[in-house]
Write a protein that binds this ligand. Structure first.
Ligand SMILES: [Zn+2]
Length: 430
């Protein structure tokens, strides 16, 4: 296998206490040497001067739509979007058609992704059969097949009782339960955040309490079972506060926020229509500030995109009828750099913790690991990015099969330039 020398970049991996100008030599998919002044003795040399060399980004919340939703995305287009965004590994949610509730479906997804040779795929399997909240899946068999976490995403785990049984099993197999925190009896038929914007637009609102009561329930069950709860796409001020308190109490809880929830408020719905319709919805300015504070103080463990492609004809429906979700793999880094790092809210090292170190730790895959690190003998999954590259995002030029983004036309600062998976360059910015 070819060797690769990444020369002159700023190696930055908080987990490895690495921060400085280094060369990195990769052979046979493994990092062989990290030092300054490694001579040019590789098959290929990459000039990374002025750039950040980071452990590969890991996105633990994506929807790749295959099988069953190929009109909106396929593994191939979704993983092409992932590597273009600097992600070397992604975790697809199980709400495909069929739902990933059987070991064979987990294996098939992993095999197909391996054949594509783009980003690594670590599937998340369903908590309940068909994610319908009735009977538990076989968590042991699913983990054996390669699942790294469990979720009924798209919906919450239906009842506290089911959550308790799922957590007891999940603790045994050492995997987190990822919950889409929503009480459907509270968000009932809502389509955007409840508040003045919804009132102005005449749209039915989803109240914050819909998310908050579910986060509270899950935290209590997690504390009583000792299992690892991961709260998906957290969006409210109260949820941030509850996770903060949960951590203080010693509950095994981690959480993620999406770039759209740290970049936009519900005012964006008035401007972007269905391109700003997602679940949980964009919230108020007060919630956005609380999310940003949670990112800055470490309450928020990671950034995850909730990349949710929908074909144009689906998003062309009326606001009430269009599906929830926006794409995000190709804008995540640019938004995180622009909104969080260049604004002075967090450091570059903290960004890498949010996009690589922590998400890798949360899924903790037993194979191919450890991800989220840059160390000799470790897997050569590496993201090289230019922190000051200014560019404009055009959804129509993206690699995702879908275009549903409220960030179309946004000017961003910071972009992945080269993505390396298992020592192979799988993306290079033109
Ligand atoms: Zn969700």
């Amino acid at each position: 296998m070819a060797s690769l020398l990444i020369k002159g970049g700023r190696g930055l991996s908080p987990e490895d206490n690495l921060d400085g100008e280094v060369d990195i030599l990769v052979q046979d998919g493994v990092i062989r040497q990290i030092a300054s002044g490694i001579g040019d003795r590789a098959d290929e040399t990459l000039d990374a001067r002025g750039q950040i060399v980071s452990p590969g980004f890991v996105d633990i919340h994506v929807h790749l739509r295959e099988p069953g939703g190929e009109i909106s995305e396929t593994l191939e287009t979704g993983l092409a979007a992932a590597v273009a965004g600097g992600f070397t590994a992604v975790c697809p949610m199980p709400n495909t058609k069929p739902v990933i509730d059987h070991p064979e479906l987990v294996r098939r997804t992993i095999e197909k992704a391996q054949q594509l040779g783009l980003a690594r795929v670590f599937p998340i399997a369903a908590v309940s059969m068909e994610s319908n909240g009735e009977s538990l899946t076989d968590l042991v068999a699913l983990v054996t097949a390669g699942a790294v976490a469990f979720s009924d995403d798209g919906r919450p785990v239906k009842t506290a009782g089911l959550m308790r049984r799922a957590m007891e099993k999940a603790r045994e197999v050492g995997a987190p339960i990822i919950d889409h925190c929503e009480d459907p009896s509270l968000s009932f038929r809502g389509v955007m955040n409840e508040g003045s914007v919804a009132a102005r637009l005449g749209l039915r609102g989803i109240p914050n309490c819909s998310e908050d009561v579910c986060v509270a329930r899950d935290l209590i069950v997690a504390e009583s079972t000792g299992a690892h709860l991961h709260v998906a796409h957290l969006s409210t001020a109260r949820a941030v506060e509850m996770v903060r308190v949960g951590k203080r109490r010693g509950t095994r809880v981690t959480c993620e926020v999406t770039p759209h929830h740290f970049s936009l408020t519900d005012e964006a719905v008035a401007e972007h229509g269905t391109q700003a319709k997602m679940n949980p919805p964009l919230r108020s300015a007060k919630d956005l500030e609380a999310v940003l504070a949670g990112i800055a103080d470490g309450t928020v463990d990671c950034i995850a995109t909730d990349h949710a492609p929908h074909a144009p004809e689906l998003k062309a429906k009326s606001f009430a009828d269009a599906p929830f979700g926006v794409i995000g793999l190709e804008t995540a880094l640019g938004l995180a750099m622009t909104q969080l790092v260049h604004s002075g809210r967090i450091s570059l090292a903290h960004l890498i913790v949010l996009m690589s170190t922590n998400p890798a730790r949360i899924i903790n895959p037993s194979t191919d690991g450890p991800l989220g690190r840059l160390r000799v003998g470790g897997t050569a999954d590496i993201t090289v990015f230019d922190p000051s590259l200014e560019w404009t995002y055009h959804a129509a030029e993206g690699r995702s099969k879908s275009r549903n983004s409220p960030f179309d036309g946004w000017k961003l600062k910071g972009a992945a330039t080269t993505t390396v998976v298992a020592g192979r360059i799988v993306f290079r910015r033109a």
